[in-house]
Structure formats: C-alpha cells, structure tokens
Design a protein around this ligand. Structure first.
Ligand code: EPZ
Length: 419
C-alpha cells in the first residue's frame, strides 16, 4: 500500500499547471457514445476515474484509447447496455451509462451504486428523469434496468432535497437527445461540468438551449457526430492548490485556472485575508501571516463547493478565532475532521456544522484518508504541520488528482510517495 509522506514547513512558490477537469471529462466521455463517428477529447486528466470510465465504455462495446492527455472514443461497436457492479462500485459516475444506453439502444442495465464514504448518494432523481421520458424502470438483483421502446420529450423538475443534481441532469440530458420532441429540464444543475456537457453535445449537433442556466430545453432526435474537444480545467484541483499556497503563506501562479469557476472560493479566501488575483494565463495566490476566521456555507454552484469543504477546513484549522463550516450537500462529509484533530486541530461537529477553533500549530501524524477530497485536505494540513504526516489509503487521491505530489514538490513542498 502506497502512502504520501509530507514534512511541513516549506513555503510554496512558483507555477503549477492545472489539469483537465475530472468531473467534466466523465460525462463528456459518456456523451461521445452518442455520436455516429469517433470523438477526440483533449486535456483529459491522467486519473484512475478516467481509466475506469474508459473501461465502462469498452464494456459497452465501444473503443476508448488514451494517449498522453488525449482520449479517442470510437462508438462504432457500442451495442451492449450493461455496466457491471465491479466498475460501478469503484466509480459512481458509471451511472451515466444509464442515459447513454437508453438513448442509443433503448435499454440500460446498471448496477446500483449504493452509498459511499460521504453519504447515502441516492439516484431517485436520475430514475424519475428517465421514467418521465418514457422508460420503464425496475430494480432487481442490485441492478437498475430501464427500457424504452420510444423516448418522448417531457418537462422534468430535477431538484432534490439538497438542490439540483449534477448526475441526474447529465443522465436526463443524454437520454433527452434521443427523445421525440422537446424536453425541458427545470431546476437543472448549473455546475460548470453540466455546462461543459451541454457545450459538447451541441458541438456534436444536439440542440440544447439555456446553456449555463437552470432551465435546459432539448430538442431531441438530432443526428450527432463525433468532434474534437478540449476539456475545461479542473476547478477543484485549482481550489486545492489555492489553499496550498494560502496555508503555507506562499506565492503560487495557477496556470490555466478559470477565475469564473472559482468565484466563491476566491471570495472566501479573500475574506480570510489571502490575496487572489487574476493574471494573464492564470490566478496568482499569495498567502501571509495575518488571517481572520470565516464561516463557510456549502451550497450548490455558484455557492461554495462541497468538493472544497475539507480543503478550506485545513486552512481554517490554523486561523486564530472560530470558524463555522456548514455542509449542506453530503450528510457524512466530515470524516477528515477526526484525522485533522489527531494532528492537533480543534474541530467539533454538531450535525451539519463543524466548529473550527484555530490552533497555533498542527503536528504531523499518520492519518487515514476517507475520500478523494479528504485525502487532499490531509496533505494540505501536512504542508503546515510540524514533522511528518503520513497519509494512508491514497488510492482515493489517485482517482482525482493528477500527480499531486509531483506538482507540490515542484512548488517546494517536502512530499513523496512511499511504499
Ligand atoms: C457530483 O456528484 C460530483 N461527482 C461530486 O464530486 C460533487 O460533490 C457533487 O456533484 C456536488 O457538486 C462527479 O461529478 C463525478 P449530485 P453527484 O447528484 O452528481 C442529492 C468528487 O469529489 N441527490 O449533484 O453524484 C444528493 O444526495 C465528487 O469529485 C438526490 O437526492 O452529486 C446530494 O445531496 C464527490 N437524488 C445532492 O442531490 C438523486 O437522485 C447533489 O448530488 C441525486 C442526488
């Protein structure tokens, strides 16, 4: 089992290139199945989740060949409709094959994802969406089985108890491209990853209006062709490096990072006292020794993202005063708190609130990562902790951060992967 070893105390300085977005690439990969010709995706991050999705596409009969950061998807052989448990259990985004298989084959069989380390993760909105398009859905032996002799456009309201659903919006968009007539998605997710999918589908020849808004209007049954497409930079990777610069009081230029996708993170960091400025080609983040506590409310985009909650907490843990972090999206996303407390942090949890009392210093310790973003947050805490922090279960990290230890090392961190 590999681990990440971090010795804290180095000030990060220099430039880092932000990779392509994992959560934007995954839906776009699935959408490439809907074309009548191959698509070439560029700026694809080299991550285990991308490899898993490529495996899902192959299981469905298509070809997916990765060369460096370019992925060629040839949907010519796409004639199977089952996503097996082995793949869905390692990556929940395999559920996107539901929409794609229904669109192209009128049938989909996808293993039910189940819960995970951050919460229950229901898929009721995905199922409601495809049912309203005319699919008959049954759940048997741990699989969702959806069938439709004909998909028909409908008006679908997709908000759940915690706001819109990114994944359900993806599945309904994919299925609606093949539906007869017009589909309207009300309360669609407006996360940049959905906007990216809409742009990709439109580039393929789809007709989707309302890009970037919560009301998407899809005119179905257009002929879709493969395209060449470059994926947007990863806003969560960028946000993680912003906190790395802030927590070490460093000076880092994030090359390719998109300011427009990071407004809430930028605003919060500025409120804490971090300097964040757009520069040609990226975002410069400068830390200092004079930070103030801040309350962070996690909300659907454009609010402060849940995927940055653990990382901002690593910073607030050493900011004098009391900060309150409220998680509203995932009911169990505070597992990193217990590990940070083992490093000397003073954080208590009261239902969906974490009360963070800033401490003067953290001390390195062996810690256990519980999910992808928690892994990154523990590395961030390790960057300022006294002595060595040994982050275990880093297979989570490899799902979503391309070469994070190499990138941090170039910036001056004392970090390495150990066996
Ligand atoms: C996506 O998950 C991301 N994953 C998550 O990032 C991210 O945390 C989440 O969106 C929110 O931004 C990918 O893009 C692969 P949702 P997704 O459906 O699509 C509820 C990471 O670290 N809901 O938008 O699964 C749900 O319980 C990952 O990269 C229902 O009630 O999230 C949650 O409270 C972790 N019923 C809220 O909606 C449903 O059918 C938002 O979930 C679906 C969701």
């Amino acid at each position: 089992m590999q681990k990440i070893s971090v010795r804290g105390g180095k000030v990060l300085k220099g430039e880092v290139s932000i990779s392509g977005s994992k959560n934007a690439t995954l839906p776009v990969m699935t959408a490439a199945l809907l074309g009548e010709s191959p698509s070439i995706l560029k700026n694809v991050p080299l991550l285990n989740d991308i490899k898993t999705m490529a495996e899902v596409l192959r299981k469905l009969g298509s070809k997916a060949v990765m060369e460096d950061h370019q992925l060629k998807i040839d949907p010519a052989g796409f004639n199977k409709f089952e996503a097996p448990y082995e793949l869905v259990k390692t990556m929940r985004a395999s559920i996107y094959s539901l929409g794609a298989c229904l669109a192209r084959q009128g049938e989909a069989k996808v293993s039910l994802p189940g819960g995970c380390a951050i919460g229950a993760r229901p898929i009721d909105l995905h199922l409601k969406g495809v049912e309203q398009l005319g699919a008959k859905v049954t759940i048997e032996h741990g699989f969702v089985h959806a069938k439709a002799s004909k998909l028909k456009g409908a008006t679908i309201y997709l908000a759940g108890p915690h706001g819109p659903s990114l994944g359900a919006t993806v599945n309904v968009l994919l299925a609606a491209t093949a539906a007869e007539g017009t589909t309207v998605i009300e309360s669609a997710s407006i996360e940049p990853e959905v906007e990216e999918l809409v742009n990709f589908l439109n580039a393929m020849g789809a007709s989707i209006e309302g890009v970037g808004t919560s009301r998407l209007v899809i005119t179905g049954k257009k002929i879709l062709k493969g395209v060449e497409y470059s994926v947007i930079p990863d806003r969560v990777e960028a946000g993680t490096f912003m906190v790395a610069a802030a927590v070490t009081r460093g000076d880092v230029l994030l090359k390719n990072a998109k300011t427009g996708h990071l407004t809430s993170v930028t605003e919060k960091l500025r409120q804490i006292g971090v300097s964040v400025e757009a520069e040609p080609g990226g975002i410069r983040v400068k830390g200092n020794g004079n930070y103030k506590p801040a309350d962070v409310m996690i909300l659907p985009y454009p609010g402060f993202p849940t995927d940055m909650q653990a990382q901002i907490m690593a910073l607030l843990a050493i900011v004098p005063g009391i900060s309150i972090v409220t998680e509203t999206i995932w009911e169990n996303r505070f597992m990193h708190v217990f590990e940070m407390n083992r490093m000397g942090a003073d954080i208590t949890i009261d239902r969906s609130h974490a009360v963070v009392k800033g401490v003067a210093k953290l001390t390195g310790a062996p810690v256990m990562a519980s999910d992808l973003r928690a892994s990154a947050a523990l590395i961030l805490a390790g960057l300022v902790a006294e002595g060595e922090t040994l982050v275990q279960r880093i297979y989570h990290l490899d799902r979503g951060y391309e070469k994070i230890e190499e990138k941090l090392s170039v910036l001056g961190a004392d970090i390495s992967r150990v066996n």
